[in-house]
Design a protein around this ligand. Structure first.
Ligand SMILES: C[S@@+](CC[C@H](N)C(=O)[O-])C[C@H]1O[C@@H](n2cnc3c(N)ncnc32)[C@H](O)[C@@H]1O
Length: 261
């Protein structure tokens, strides 16, 4: 399989998670709010929330930027269905589409806001090329995404058990910067780390399932995970238990601010 991710599976997995997503997405909220804080107070006519998920940020974007048109786009129909029913935002277009092939006209968007969605793209060059195409001159692309150190504990623990890919691979800072800068001008690209702590490993795995981000990648194993392998995996993860008794899960987060210059 050449593609790292499989789009129909990504869409299906997120669609299935639409109802549970908001209750387990504390980290995603925090990261999205950090990204919102990067929006300068100026207004923008057309704003797009790229990979809008359950639409949590739609009312916040409306309140903060007061756009004439807010386009909330996502690959997953189930997410959009849930978002439409849950969020009441004026002037909002809910659109099913792919970030790598945007169903929007050239030079039509002032601001693209995208929190924790672009790490699911198969072709980041296509994503940034599309962002540059739809942005007006001077338009901004603000995004958050994940770096390769994300969930390294989970990856390491599974590597003791088998050689399948259980955790998605994420792009490095340098590769991300190079790719974005081919199409847009960098204002900033900031790297941060978030450490989540759990009493039990099942809390982490349930959370990943709840947001729909569990185990969607081309190198993953098909079929059920055997009991003995799960026990071995849990034992391997125990090596990371900290002196305070908690199990850590690391997220490496990149915040990008690029301009169509
Ligand atoms: C982790 S959720 C983030 C949702 C929301 N931005 C938030 O912060 O709560 C990732 C979202 O990106 C969407 N997504 C994944 N690949 C996409 C693509 N190629 N084009 C558009 N949306 C995509 C998923 O369907 C999912 O709703």
């Amino acid at each position: 399989m050449s593609a790292q991710f499989l789009k129909p599976q990504i869409a299906e997995s997120f669609s299935r998670a639409a109802v549970s997503y908001d209750s387990v997405a504390q980290l995603q909220r925090r990261i999205g709010h950090n990204l919102l804080a990067q929006i300068s107070p100026s207004s923008a006519d057309v704003v797009m929330d790229l990979g809008c998920g359950t639409g949590y940020f739609a009312p916040l974007l409306t309140e903060q930027v007061k756009p004439q048109q807010l386009v909330c786009l996502d690959l997953a129909q189930g997410m959009l269905r849930y978002a439409r029913q849950t969020r009441e935002t004026p002037n909002t277009l809910w659109l099913c589409g792919d970030a790598e092939s945007l169903p929007l006209a050239d030079n039509s968007v002032d601001l693209i806001f995208s929190s924790l969605a672009i790490q699911w793209c198969e072709d980041l060059a296509a994503l940034f090329s599309e962002a540059a195409r739809v942005l007006k001159p001077g338009g901004r692309f603000l995004f958050s995404t994940l770096g390769p150190n994300t969930l390294h504990e989970l990856r390491d623990a599974w590597s003791v058990v088998d050689s399948y890919q259980h955790v998605n691979r994420f792009i490095s800072y340098t590769a991300l910067q190079t790719c974005a800068a081919r199409h847009l001008q960098k204002v900033s690209l900031i790297e941060t780390e978030e450490l989540l702590l759990y009493d039990q490993l099942r809390e982490l795995t349930a959370e990943l399932k709840g947001i729909g981000a569990h185990n969607i990648s081309a190198g993953r194993q098909n079929g059920l995970t055997g009991k003995a392998r799960v026990i071995a995996f849990k034992q391997a993860y125990e090596q990371f238990r900290r002196p305070d008794g908690m199990l850590p899960a690391t997220y490496q987060v990149f915040y990008g601010d690029f301009i169509n210059g």
